[in-house]
Design a protein around this ligand. Structure first.
Ligand SMILES: C[S@@+](CC[C@H](N)C(=O)[O-])C[C@H]1O[C@@H](n2cnc3c(N)ncnc32)[C@H](O)[C@@H]1O
Length: 313
C-alpha cells in the first residue's frame, strides 16, 4: 500500500507562505522524506526558484526518491541520514540558512507494512524496528537482554504503559527458555498480560511497540535536536512545521516552540531587561491543527496527527 501524506494541503500551505518561498525563492527542508508526498507537493506548488532538500535515515526511503530526481532535477536533493545530524548534513551539502523545515515524524506506511522491518504486531517478522537497519541495536536485543528495571522504564517512559512492570517481569521470566524474537511472539505475551476488561479499541501491544520503537531509534532526542538546531538555521520569515502522532512528541514540540516564542524573562519589577532573551519565533497555531473527518475517513492512520507551526522572526 502507498503512503498517503497526512495534512498535506495544510502543511504545504503554511510552508509556501513563508517570506522568501512566497516570493519564489529559497530552500525548504523536508527532513522526513518517507514516500516523498510532501516533497512532491512543495515542488509542484512552488516557483522554479524554490528547491527541496529532503532527508531520511531509512535506505528504502532514499531509493524511493529516484522519481523526484528525474522530474525536478536541480530543484531536488536527498541527504541520507538522521535528522538529528541536520547541521552536519546541511553543511556537507553547502547549505547554510533555510526557508522552511518540515518534520512529519513517525513511520511511513511502507515501514509499517513490511513485516521484515518488525514495526508492526499485525504482521509477523523479526523484532527489529530500526529505521536505519544498518546501525544500532534491533528491538530483539533489548527485549532479550535488558534487565527488568530498564524494560519497565522504557515501557513507562516511551509507551505510558500502565502494565509496564508486569510485562517487563513476564519478559524476563520467559526469555531464558523462549527468547522473544518475533513481532507476534511479543504481541502475544503482552496480550496475555493485559486484562480483557482493561482493553481499549487499540491492540494491547500498541503502547509496548511504540515504546520500543522510540527507544530503538532514540526518537525523542533526535526530535529535540532537529528542532533546536533547525531553529538556528531558519531565515527571518521562514516556517517550521511539525506533524506528530503521539502525545510524547507533541508535548516536546509544544515545549520547544513555547520556549522559543518567549521574550524577556526578567521579573516584571526589573526596570531594564538583564536577561537579554529575545522572542525568536511566532507561534502560528496555538492549539495545533488536526485532520478533518474527511481525511481520517480516507486515511485512518492520520487520526492521531497534530500539526504545529511557527514562523521565525
Ligand atoms: C511519516 S513518514 C513521512 C512521510 C512523508 N511525509 C510522505 O508524505 O511520504 C516519516 C519518515 O521519516 C523518517 N524518519 C523518522 N525519524 C527520522 C530521523 N530521525 N531522521 C531521518 N529520517 C527519519 C522515517 O524513516 C520515515 O520514512
Amino acid at each position: 500500500m502507498e503512503h498517503i501524506p497526512v495534512l498535506l494541503k495544510e502543511s504545504v500551505d503554511i510552508l509556501l507562505a513563508g517570506r522568501r518561498v512566497a516570493g519564489g525563492q529559497g530552500v525548504v527542508v523536508d527532513a522526513t522524506f518517507g514516500g516523498g508526498g510532501h516533497s512532491r507537493s512543495i515542488l509542484e506548488r512552488s516557483a522554479l526558484g524554490v528547491s527541496v532538500v529532503a532527508i531520511d535515515r531509512d535506505p528504502a526511503a532514499v531509493l524511493r526518491a529516484q522519481g523526484l530526481f528525474l522530474e525536478f532535477a536541480s530543484r531536488f536533493k536527498l541527504l541520507a541520514g538522521n535528522f538529528a545530524d541536520i547541521s552536519e548534513l546541511l553543511d556537507n551539502a553547502g547549505i547554510n540558512k533555510i526557508d522552511g523545515l518540515l518534520l512529519d515524524i513517525g513511520l511511513s506506511t511502507y515501514q509499517l507494512e513490511e513485516g521484515e522491518r518488525g514495526f508492526s504486531f499485525q504482521s509477523e517478522g523479526p523484532l527489529d524496528m530500526r529505521m536505519d537497519p544498518t546501525t544500532g541495536e534491533p528491538a530483539a536485543d533489548i527485549v532479550n537482554q535488558a534487565d527488568y528495571k530498564t524494560l519497565t522504564k522504557i515501557f513507562r517512559d516511551f509507551g505510558e504503559e500502565p502494565y509496564a512492570a508486569a510485562i517487563a517481569r513476564k519478559i524476563v521470566e520467559i526469555r531464558p527458555q523462549k527468547p522473544l524474537l518475533t513481532t507476534r511472539s511479543l504481541a502475544a505475551l503482552v496480550e496475555d498480560m493485559v486484562p480483557v476488561y482493561k482493553r481499549s479499541r487499540r491492540h494491547p501491544a500498541t503502547r509496548i511497540f511504540q515504546a520500543l520503537r522510540i527507544f530503538v531509534n532514540d526518537e525523542l532526542n533526535a526530535l529535540e535536536q532537529v528542532l533546536n538546531v533547525g531553529l538556528g538555521r531558519l531565515e527571518p520569515g521562514a516556517r517550521l512545521v511539525v506533524i506528530s502522532y503521539h502525545s510524547l512528541e507533541d508535548r516536546l514540540v509544544k515545549q520547544v516552540f513555547r520556549q522559543a516564542s518567549k521574550g524577556c524573562v526578567c521579573p516584571p519589577r526589573v526596570p531594564v531587561c538583564g536577561c537579554g532573551k529575545q522572542q525568536k519565533v511566532k507561534i502560528l497555531n496555538r492549539r495545533g491543527l488536526r485532520p478533518q473527518a474527511s481525511e481520517i475517513a480516507l486515511n485512518p492512520r492520520s487520526r492521531s496527527a497534530c500539526l504545529r507551526a511557527i514562523e521565525f522572526l
